[in-house]
Design a protein around this ligand. Structure first.
Ligand code: ATP
Length: 382
């Protein structure tokens, strides 16, 4: 079992324009399932490979169980890695693939047989033990790769996008499977993905990364409810959150958000904005928090045209053109401005019983208690 910590770790690749990791700090608890999530190039794989000993550290310290591990050889770390490409030996059977790592360590054959059999049972691979990888499905191959890592009883598991080659249904199944196995074995696991659904459903804690730094390290629930900034708010949640620019105004003696023609009274949740009256803020509204107003003229409702309707079965995803709702702000920092550009329309996820069709006008309300507020210049949560 392992406790792993990064202390001010920086990594600059030769010829790299910007460092891949910048002053990176992270403590991974013994037995924890920790997910590193973020867009392509944010440094997830670099961090993972450092734990495995496959990447040099430019500065800072990496500790495994309180001992500095910067220069520890990979074989002395007792860490198992599962990759996106399963890297199974094609000429070996499932049983031989699982046993391989134990054999090369010279472990007694009876002990190997017992461990392989226990692992195969855990992964429901017993009936495939004599098959070669070519005759297995993607999900079964993935389980063999897991088995090969699991059988070694390593200090820690490192997984780099292990499910990305599987179709959506299998991915969902394996997601639950890996999380279940990890909880059973309680082996410290660091899991890299760019898929926020995997991060949310599997991780006990999730580190959301961007440009070589951790933006927020938290439980999935807190990342969703209390994102530290617009980047985290936009990365976590599907479909992605809407950002609307608003002026904070005094309305009936309390702060309200004014977005063009639309005024949203904020009630008690506006208290934190009382010092911002006269300034601009960004509202974060999750598509699932917009509700269809059934009564005409509902106070604080956004009136909009459904320019496109995606029928998802149980829900409808509405693409709404709001009247006079301003998107974007010239003074915003570059990252946040990009976030606003990518969502020029307001999206609402509503129950399909509403039967809304394209070009229909709808009225949406939002519980002010569910609105997130961000600084218009820095994107930091208010
Ligand atoms: P992805 O999800 O695309 O795998 P990632 O978040 O895992 O991305 P890394 O692979 O850690 O990101 O890469 C971080 C940064 O370091 C990127 O800008 C990448 O181009 C750069 N990089 C990674 N490996 C090397 C290398 N061997 N040489 C030079 N630059 C590298």
């Amino acid at each position: 079992m392992a406790q792993i910590s990064f202390n001010n770790v920086t990594k600059t690749y030769p010829g790299g324009k910007a460092p891949a990791l910048v002053d990176f700090n992270l403590d991974i608890n013994d037995g924890e399932f920790l997910v590193l999530v973020g867009p392509s190039g944010c440094g997830k794989t670099t961090a993972l490979r450092m734990i495995a000993g496959l990447e040099d550290i430019s500065s800072g310290t990496l500790k495994i169980n309180d001992a500095v591990a910067n220069d520890l050889a990979p074989r002395d770390r007792d860490i198992a890695m599962v990759f996106q490409s399963y890297a199974l030996y094609p000429h070996l059977t499932v049983a031989e693939n699982i046993a391989f790592g134990l054999k090369v360590r010279g472990i007694q054959p009876e002990k190997i047989a017992r461990k392989v059999s226990d692992t195969a049972q855990l992964l429901e691979l017993t009936e495939f033990m004599d098959r070669k990888p070519a005759r297995l499905s993607g999900g079964q191959r993935q389980r063999v790769a897991m088995g090969r890592a699991l059988v070694r009883s390593p200090n820690a598991f490192l997984m780099d996008e292990p499910l990305s080659n599987l179709d959506a249904r299998l991915r969902g199944q394996m997601r639950a499977e890996i999380a279940r196995l990890q909880r059973m074995t309680a082996v410290t696991t660091v899991y890299v993905t760019h898929d926020q659904v995997e991060a949310m459903t599997m991780g006990q804690r999730v580190a959301v990364m961007n440009r070589g730094t951790i933006q927020q390290l938290d439980t999935p629930r807190r990342l969703y409810d209390n994102p530290a900034n617009m980047f985290v708010a936009s990365f976590i949640g599907s479909p992605p959150i809407n950002f609307i620019q608003a002026d904070v105004i005094a309305f009936e003696n309390a702060p309200a958000a004014s977005c063009g023609e639309f005024i949203l009274p904020l009630g008690a949740s506006g208290d934190r904005l009382s010092s911002k009256i006269g300034e601009k803020v960004i509202l974060g509204i999750r598509p699932e928090h917009l509700k269809i107003a059934t009564e005409a003229g509902t106070r604080g409702a956004i009136s909009a045209r459904a320019s496109f309707v995606e029928d998802l079965g149980a829900t409808l995803l509405l693409h709404l053109d709001g009247h006079g709702i301003e998107i974007g702000h010239a003074n915003m920092v570059e990252d946040e401005r990009d976030l606003m550009k990518t969502a020029p329309k307001l999206k609402a996820l509503v129950d399909s019983s509403y039967r809304i069709s394209r070009d229909q006008m709808v009225s949406c309300t939002i519980d002010p208690g569910l609105v997130l507020f961000f600084d218009a210049q820095t994107g930091v949560s208010l």
